[in-house]
Design a protein around this ligand. Sequence first.
Ligand code: AMP
Length: 422
Amino acid sequence: MAEPTFRAPKGTRDILPPESGRRRALIDAFAVQAGLGGFGEVMSPIFEDLGVFKRLGESTDVVTKEMFDFFDKGDPPQHLALRPELTASICRAYAEHRPVPPWKIWYEGPQFRYEQPQAGRYRQFSQVGVETLGADDPQADIDVIALAWRFYESLGLRQVSLLLNSLGDPSCRPAYMDALRNHLESSAAALTDQSRVTLERNPLRVLDSKRPEDQPVIDAAPLMVDYLSDDTAEHFAAVRAGLDALEIPYQISPRLVRGLDYYTRTTFEFAADALATAQNAVGGGGRYDGLVEDLGGPATPGIGFALGVDRILLACDAEDVFPGPVPTVKIFVVDVTGGSHALGVCNELRDAGIGADRSYGGRSMKAQMKVADRSGAPFAAIIGEDEVAAGEVTLRDLRGDTGQRRIPLDSLAYEVSQLLTK
Ligand code: AMP
């Protein structure tokens, strides 16, 4: 095959059928769980003022290195960016529309980060997620985590681990940050160059390092859970008790800091144990009690998560669950008289709500049967000169072993619908 002139940009992919059908089914499955939990969908713009995303934290890679930003053609031009995640957009929408709290919403769609592509890591990737704004109650945290858990279960995934931590709040975080900074600075000689640079910007992020050389210093670092204020500790205990009551297993992960700066109190991640560690993060979230206010809205607590659709599908492959949906074409119409009969027959079947397809170009019976097989349709309707003369059609079972029989053309839709309900 000749080299194509253009290819999809680096880090992006075309998602073709049947894989696209499987993705759609996954999003539908998420929509079902979100609906059952009382969440309504928000569809927000794919790009926002860059300032919206800057609130994610000036020291996060997402903001400093990975933003797809550009100027529009206005006078003066506006500095915009493709969204790297959706929580900031949702908080911007909350500050703009001031809905009645608690505002429980879900979303799905593409996100954009200028990252180095690798297996399970793309520059355009999809997330599904929920946010609950305006509820401080730990019950809201539990509901949100339980929704993600139920969603993974509904796909058939059994090897997902929930990692849980509390990052404290503005009343107790500064004391911890001082202790952490002191520890890291006094051991700076033992850290990698990259971590020493990170330490200057945000000591918390050093805990994210996966570099083995950094591990001894990280292992000896003070833990946020030991610095929690009474309120924050109580909130964390209530979240754990709720998860216990729902029998959702979790591991306390005291060094889990997450990649974005806005998190306070509850934070969590889901790891797919069937995937290699580099790509096993299938979702994460937490509380962001200061974000709406940062974006110019009223002080509003928030909790939510985003799950990576691409990674979840990799996890489904690894566990051999959640196959694609069954083909929507139920009957393939093979017309060996030239093709014009197939037109009317397909139309009638579709009117009756039965998925029907056909070949084009007046091809041979053999060629058309090959396409029929490939379509995944369980039945074929064969129309030849004989059938036309008799006002009939040959109905053939392509999957089972009931062979074929001639039936009146005008009973085709009825017969097929009967067979499909068997
Ligand atoms: P984050 O907003 O970074 O916590 O990401 C939430 C989830 O989105 C992660 O757990 C991944 O499943 C997914 N994700 C994040 N970045 C990427 C990426 N570059 N490519 C594919 N999936 C991603």
